[in-house]
Design a protein around this ligand. Structure first.
Ligand code: CTP
Length: 405
């Protein structure tokens, strides 16, 4: 199988140095990276860096004669599965938005049919300038995708939005777009995903939680956003960056997860419940630290609400969410237990996960699942990356949505 190809444009800014980490992470993920550097980018980082990291020749405007672009820009543009510009200056964004193609990079962007992802990096004043914002809006409307810059202290000393997104965020988005082959089939749909564990407080110091890392839910949210959905991600405490294009609603307890999920779901087309919600919470919270004493300690637990069952019941009465997908983590009788949850919680599909010591899905980047839908034969997916599984789950979810509406 040939590797997917990313043509990566690097423009001149202090973040050009960080772009080498982006290239390196893409290469490690199996992507064939071909770099085009602007003249200004070479002032910040050398072409040799990208050549060494990618193992491919680097095209540099400085050395390219205009008659050479005419040949090379077309071949690079046509060969791209995805086009990334990181960092992208205000100047580059302005040129592309205005249809200006006066160097190798802008000419290649204009010629490509691949999805173009732009990671802006600039001073806050420039980023918030209405001209730049108008250019971004124009490009976004035309289908160009953006990885928003982050807030923080910028190289110029200003504090505000403009710092290029972390390489992990950019790379995760590029991989999602590649995995989806540039599809925008979720455009216009609101998707709510809940993810991660919950924490049930015992006292100000202790809590009860579980082994969920949130990786599967974050992969689903990121994949749906990469395919054009408006995504709300209700997340318990996890150690993961916010997936690109998702609105993150952080929560801690099962009760907070319930309230935030129900609210987000109130006008959602699709709800995917991947959170590992605690089924029990301490019956009484102790505002003071519980001190140790002789003998054991019995902790009384009370049942929490079943969020998914509530949504399933609500769906029977109201018309939302239009599609409801749940997860089932089982140590025994995977299919029978998952099938029972599919029916009792009134779901369209359940993603069954086998948990055993030899193949625990918790914290892993890969997984094997069985997708169970009414009337269909159970379908096994994997072992595969959680990103691949996320796209497979979304493919089935979209076909359910289209069949029902
Ligand atoms: N779920 C939920 N609210 C809960 C418990 C579970 O919304 N209080 C959802 C999970 O997000 C998942 C599905 O229900 O999508 C199944 O969760 P799982 O933990 O596998 O099963 P439970 O329903 O909790 O049943 P049991 O623990 O008995 O297996």
């Amino acid at each position: 199988m040939t590797s997917p190809r990313c043509v990566m444009g690097v423009t001149g800014g202090i973040a050009a140095a960080k772009a080498s980490s982006v290239a390196s992470m893409l290469v490690k993920a199996g992507v064939d990276v071909h770099t085009i550097m602007t003249r200004a980018a070479c002032e910040f980082v050398t072409p040799l860096t990208f050549r060494t990291i990618s193992g491919n020749p680097v095209t540099v405007d400085m050395f390219a004669e205009p008659d050479q672009w005419n040949v090379k820009h077309v071949s690079l543009a046509q060969s791209a599965d995805v086009f990334l510009v990181a960092p992208a200056t205000a100047n580059l964004i302005g040129k592309v938005a205005s249809g200006i193609a006066d160097d190798m990079l802008t000419t290649t962007i204009m010629a490509t049919r691949a999805p173009v992802i732009i990671a802006p990096a600039m001073n806050t004043g420039m980023y918030t300038n209405p001209i730049l914002q108008r250019n971004i809006a124009t490009l976004a409307e035309l289908g160009y995708r953006f990885v928003e810059p982050e807030c923080g202290r910028l190289a110029c000393g200003d504090v505000g939005q403009g710092r290029m997104a972390q390489p992990e965020r950019i790379v995760s988005y590029v991989l999602h777009v590649l995995e989806a082959r540039g599809a925008s089939d979720f455009t216009g749909l609101k998707v709510v995903v809940n993810a991660g564990p919950t924490r049930e407080a015992i006292d100000p110091i202790r809590f009860i939680t579980n082994r969920s890392s949130g990786k599967m839910g974050y992969a689903l949210a990121g994949a749906a956003a990469a395919r054009g959905a408006r995504v709300m991600l209700v997340s318990g405490p996890v150690n993961l960056p916010r997936p690109e294009g998702c609105q993150l609603i952080p929560v801690e307890s099962a009760e907070q997860m319930l309230n935030a999920t129900l609210e987000a779901a109130s006008d959602a087309d699709i709800v995917i419940a991947s959170a590992a919600v605690a089924d029990y919470s301490p019956a009484r919270y102790s505002p003071a630290k519980i001190k140790k004493a002789e003998g054991g300690l019995a902790l009384e637990l009370a049942r929490t609400a079943d969020i998914l069952a509530r949504l399933g019941a609500q769906r029977a009465a109201a018309s939302y969410p239009k599609v409801l997908v749940g997860f089932a983590a089982e140590t025994d009788d995977l299919l029978a237990n998952a099938q029972a949850k599919l029916t009792s919680k009134n779901l369209d599909m359940i993603v069954a996960n086998k948990v055993d010591p030899s193949s625990s899905p918790f914290g892993s980047d890969t997984n094997t699942v069985v997708l169970i839908r009414p009337v269909h034969e159970p379908e096994r997916i994997g072992p595969a990356s959680k990103m691949h599984i996320a796209h497979a789950v979304l493919d089935r979810t979209l076909s359910i949505y289209r069949t029902n509406h």
